[in-house]
Ligand binder design. Structure first.
Ligand code: GUN
Length: 290
């Protein structure tokens, strides 16, 4: 039976540490980190995330600014808001919830956020840093996943990591982080051949494809560490359930360690967003990284 990697407990620990750091920034530097979250439209899943982000931001002692815009908001209005937030000294982090409605140019909006206030690590400058010498802000889901991997395995050097999925939000930055950690990295996707055999060679398997229970236990090398990024809502036996990209019951019997869904990667993503906001606030204030 696999060790269950408890993302909920891990995230709680991270938030406790952040609470102390925020208190120290307030008392020693008169600095209260502020996070602005912008939501365009009424996507139900996005609304839940945004509410959780706002609540947890306040819980660690930071300021939360929420901007909810209608689904028919035009691009110019959104860009004007971002410009205002870029120039607002109380705001140290700006997150524009994705996906945006189809009539808005997503890359344009992402790159309109000042790279100093980007807490997603999606701005081209931060993407460039991640893929060269590091030092920029790192996307939250891959960062949380890496923290859990390191705490489980210690040194990752030389391990074969297979990343399933090549999104800009998870797959690509995850691969870059694992490479920085000296893994041998394979990025697999919907056109990859012999996916099952490839997955069986993975010491670390990160599943980020958004397909419910796509990875069965017999794709997993015995003892491998499995990070399940998927959050899929499915209806089963007349009930709505949240399931990952990995078939948990069969995977748990083979893997050495595995993240559950829910309670694995999800809570870590928000905790890392708060971490990134504190880092950006420190940088903007010239305090340096801790
Ligand atoms: N939508 C789903 N995941 C994310 C994320 O990490 N950041 C943003 N901005 N939008 C998302």
């Amino acid at each position: 039976m696999a060790t269950v990697i408890d993302g909920k407990a891990f995230a709680q620990q991270l938030r406790n540490d952040l609470k102390e750091k925020v208190a120290a920034l307030k008392s020693e530097h008169r600095l209260t980190p502020g996070l602005a979250v912008v939501l365009v439209g009424e996507d139900p899943a996005s609304q839940v995330y945004v509410r959780n982000k706002a609540r947890q931001t306040v819980e660690v002692g930071m300021e939360s600014f929420e901007h909810r815009l209608g689904a028919d908001t035009d691009e110019k209005t959104l860009l004007d808001l971002i410009e205002r937030l870029n120039n607002d000294d109380a705001v140290h982090g700006i997150l524009v919830q994705l996906p945006l409605p189809a009539h808005i140019d997503e890359p344009k909006v992402i790159n309109a956020v000042s790279h100093d206030k980007d807490v997603d690590g999606f701005h081209l400058i931060n993407v460039g840093r991640l893929n060269t010498d590091g030092g920029g802000v790192v996307p939250c889901t891959p960062l949380g996943s890496l923290m859990m991997l390191k705490s489980q395995l210690g040194d990752l050097s030389g391990l074969h990591a297979v990343v399933l999925g090549r999104s800009n939000i998870v797959g690509k930055p995850m691969a870059a982080l694992l490479l920085q950690a000296n893994c041998t990295v394979t990025v697999a996707h919907s056109r990859t051949r012999n996916l099952d055999a490839l997955c069986r060679t993975a010491d670390i398997l990160v599943a980020a494809v958004g397909r419910a229970r796509m990875v069965p236990g017999d794709w997993i090398k015995p003892g491998a560490t499995v990070i399940d990024v998927g959050i899929n809502r499915i209806e089963e036996d007349g009930k709505m359930r949240l399931v990952g990209d990995v078939d948990y019951p069969s995977a748990e019997a083979v893997a050495g360690a595995i993240t559950p869904v829910p309670g694995g990667v999800g809570p870590m993503t928000i905790a890392c967003l708060l971490h990134n906001t504190v880092q950006q606030a420190r940088r903007i204030a010239g305090i340096g990284e801790d």
